[in-house]
Design a protein around this ligand. Structure first.
Ligand code: NAX
Length: 328
């Protein structure tokens, strides 16, 4: 139909894609009143698998799904797109150095940024899921100079949701009691899940936990290393939880965060909290009227400050590396 929102998913034939597409088509991305048209981008060897997924999507007869296009051409996939979920990326393989990883992903995210710049809709919103997500988002953003920079974001919502789940379990309260949690920095092992500004049933979460050793030696590493723990247990990396977090990220960006709460998104820094301007770093954000704003005025002790700085330093190093490679 004419008023459907165009949603592009890259890496559509991958495992996150498989968990994501059915929920987008059933209304979990933009709500139960918004028809969607799916654009699936894949590399040639995976096109047939993407077609198989599209057959299954057809077989669901989703009332909100107004069409599916499948292509290996980024220009076509992003033409007129309103929401772009960049999931497909080059994974790190054995013996690969960080520079090689960044270069291989530059080969994906530079042309995708250019294609978004050339053809996306004026209101385009981009979420990068594929790792290294923050720096892949930076590459795409810097190659799309005509799109407002703030439309390029990367996903730390899975880390955010993991942290909420860990605290709720520890305190034996429902997840709905946990508010104002923040993931700071990079979606990597250096990320900092912040309980000092979070609330549990209106009370400060760090005080409610009241166990510095747990916070430092269990909570933070459990959240940061949860991806590896899932691989160890499941024999495959997080997929349905990652897809769910991607839906949460876009849903809140478009429809707003609940009153009295905030969420975590990796976004181009405006210099807040000493994060160098332009780095795509995770912050606490409130979303309203389709826009996000960084929550201001939070104060840190040395423990939090050092952790945020360490993760931001890593992001700066990744940016310098992709700059040297000529990707930005
Ligand atoms: P899969 O390997 O199952 O799927 C990736 C898909 O991307 C493949 O079908 C591949 O053909 C496709 N692809 C590769 N290059 C492409 C290109 N240039 N254009 C379009 N498609 C392309 O990986 P999956 O488990 O789905 O994970 C996807 C990405 O998400 C990975 O980079 C992964 O590291 C990342 N993750 C990010 C998370 C986050 O919180 N930000 C958490 C989950 C996940 O680990």
């Amino acid at each position: 139909s004419g008023n459907a929102v165009n949603v592009t998913v890259t890496g559509a034939a991958g495992q996150i894609g498989y968990a994501l597409l059915f929920r987008i088509a059933s209304g979990h991305l933009l709500g139960p009143d918004t028809p969607v048209r799916l654009r699936l981008l894949e590399i040639p060897p995976a096109l047939k698998a993407a077609e198989g997924t599209a057959m299954e999507l057809d077989d669901c007869a989703f009332p909100l799904l107004s069409g599916i296009d499948i292509t290996d051409d980024a220009k076509k996939a992003f033409d007129g797109t309103n929401v772009a979920l960049l999931v497909g990326a080059r994974p790190r393989t054995k013996g690969m150095e960080r520079g090689d990883l960044l270069e291989a992903n530059g080969g994906i995210f530079k042309p995708q940024g250019e294609a978004i710049n050339a053809g996306a809709a004026d209101d385009v919103r981009v979420l990068v899921v594929g790792n290294p997500a923050n720096t892949n988002a930076l590459i795409a953003q810097r190659n799309a100079p005509d799109v407002p920079a703030e439309r390029f974001t990367a996903m730390t919502r899975l880390d955010h949701n993991r942290a909420i789940s860990q605290v709720a379990t520890r305190l034996r309260v429902p997840v709905t009691e946990i508010k104002k949690l923040t993931i700071w920095g990079n979606h990597s092992a250096t990320q900092y899940p912040d309980l000092f500004h979070a609330e549990v049933g209106g009370r400060n979460a760090a005080e409610a936990v009241n166990d510095d050793a747990w916070l430092r030696d269990t909570f933070i590493p459990t959240v940061a290393k949860r991806g590896a723990a899932i691989i160890e247990a499941r024999g495959a990396s997080s997929a349905a939880s990652a897809a769910s977090a991607a839906l949460n990220h876009i849903h809140d960006w478009v429809n707003g965060t609940p009153e009295g709460d905030w969420t975590s998104m990796a976004i181009p820094s405006d210099g807040s909290y000493g994060v160098p301007e332009g780095l795509i770093s995770s912050f606490p954000v409130v979303c309203k009227d389709g826009r996000y704003e960084i929550v201001q005025g939070l104060e840190f002790d040395d423990f939090s400050r050092e952790r945020i700085d360490a993760s931001v330093t890593e992001l700066g190093e990744e940016r310098d590396a992709v700059q040297q490679l000529g990707l930005i």
